[in-house]
Design a protein around this ligand. Structure first.
Ligand code: PLP
Length: 456
């Protein structure tokens, strides 16, 4: 055995990952004391190699709607593997894709009658961009501040936070940002008739669980019609019953031209995304034999992803997870409000279905304010990450702050979350928020974290 091989064998899994994949990610997890090994993940519970039980209130950013490793999705995958069928020949008709497409269109309703399958949310957004351009013959793309649409170059051009773009430019020409929930700015831009699509999340997840007035989205749809722009909803996080309805669009009676789904579509086990669209939009791309595969992707309709999608839809239906998301979400927020009201740093608790956010604000009490402002100067995400770290380390609760709004802690458990786990979360939040307001330990720990972050 060579020295290099021997060395590789001595390394832990984490070290090997750091050496070959992403050392900064390992550093970050270690800094936050979140680098633990998970042995077994079921439902909303994650069992660590040390035998600790962590409750998942993040769901891999809304991936695990049916819970981790749902037995029905696993059974469907095993069955597909065992039959040794055509996983992806690229030379046949993948029938399962037709079946999944039909079910998705039926659930989505409106004029969404065709589907393009891909493997990630970003790839879905890229598809929406291409199809919108092909359909309208225009190049412009409108998006909103705070938006999160993905990190491939097209999707990156639509991100409502410049942080993600730094060093990766130039972006797509014609991409233009307007304020979220501002119909006036939207109309000013649309009236130039240069925009192929207005791409918006019906509820901004990474933007801080921003839930717009129904009127805004309905007006946006009408304005898009008026000026010949496609109304595109990014439901990568909000779709698949996360907000209680199959699409968040259903809460608002919207009729989008294109909807992008991903994340929870395959039960969190196989990468997949689906772009639902109207017949007219679809035909603008696949309009002749010559263009039969003008937009495609190698793994796009692979049998495992399609089977996982079908099994996931069946679980969502059979277990009435949309209804459950509404009931449990309302209960979660009611209990959070009851427990956290009266703490000056808790600004708002909001959400829809099982997509909730706890928004923090700067304290006015001078003793807290000095510490808070010091952290803001070090890094605007430091305070939120301390809350995440405390929730994880002390309370065994996995959460995260929103990617484009660091003052909002996201609570998005699997839709199968149990009442006892909601109790645990609320109790944990109560203790952590009490600690923030009453003890110098929280702030001393945060300072220590900042020091370590700067030193390593
Ligand atoms: C709303 C939204 N759109 C698109 C994406 C990109 O999806 P993916 O990471 O699968 O490319 C994300 C990812 O978090 C998202 O939240």
């Amino acid at each position: 055995m060579s020295t290099a091989t021997q060395f590789a064998e001595l390394q832990s899994g984490s070290e090997r990952y750091a050496a070959r994949v992403n050392p900064q990610w390992v550093r970050l997890l270690e800094l936050l004391e979140m680098n633990v090994r998970y042995e077994r993940c079921t439902g909303a519970e994650l069992l660590t190699s040390e035998g600790k039980r962590v409750v998942d209130f993040l769901s891999g950013y809304c991936v695990h709607n049916v819970g981790h490793n749902h037995p029905s999705v696993i059974a469907a995958l095993k069955e597909e593997l065992d039959r040794s069928g055509p996983a992806m020949l690229q030379s046949h008709v993948p029938e399962a894709a037709g079946e999944l497409g039909a079910r998705l269109c039926k659930l989505a309703g409106g004029k969404l009658s065709k589907v393009f399958f891909a493997s990630s949310g970003s790839e879905g957004v890229e598809t929406a961009i291409k199809f919108a351009r092909a359909h309208t013959g225009r190049t412009g793309l409108l998006y909103t501040d705070g938006a999160f649409h993905g990190l491939t170059c097209g999707a990156l051009s639509l991100m409502g936070n410049p942080f993600w773009r730094e060093g990766f430019g130039p972006m797509l020409p014609g991409a233009d940002q307007i304020p979220f929930e501002d119909a006036r700015s939207l109309e000013v831009k649309l009236s130039t008739r240069q925009f192929a699509a207005f791409i918006v999340e019906p509820v901004q997840a990474e933007g801080g669980i921003r839930i717009p007035q129904a009127e805004y989205l309905q007006t946006a749809e009408q304005l898009c019609r008026k000026y010949g722009t496609l109304f595109v909803l990014d439901e990568v996080q909000t779709g698949m019953f996360r907000t209680g309805a199959f699409l968040a669009a259903h809460h608002y009676d919207l009729e989008p031209d294109i909807v992008v789904l991903a994340k929870a579509l395959s039960g969190g086990l196989i990468p997949v995304s689906a772009v639902l669209m109207s017949d007219e939009v679809y035909k603008s791309v696949y309009n002749s034999l010559k263009r039969a595969i003008v937009h495609t992707s190698t793994y796009s309709e692979n049998a495992l992803a399609m089977r996982a999608g079908l099994a996931t839809l069946e679980v969502l239906r059979r277990e009435s997870l949309g209804r459950r998301a509404i009931l449990m979400g309302n209960e979660l927020r009611r209990r959070l409000r009851e427990t956290l009201s009266g703490y000056e740093m808790v600004k708002d608790i909001r959400g829809i279905g099982l997509l909730s956010g706890i928004e923090f604000q700067a304290p006015s009490k001078i003793s807290l304010r000095v510490a808070f402002e010091a952290f803001q100067r070090i890094h605007p995400g430091l305070f939120g990450q301390m809350v995440v770290m405390r929730m994880f380390r002390d309370e065994k609760m996995l959460t995260q702050i929103c990617g484009n709004n660091f003052m909002v802690l996201k609570a998005a458990p699997p839709l199968i979350v149990e009442e006892s786990q909601i109790d645990q979360f609320v109790g944990a939040m109560g203790r952590v928020v009490e600690l923030i307001h009453s003890s110098s330990t929280f702030w001393a720990d945060a300072l220590d974290l900042a020091r370590r972050a700067l030193n390593i």
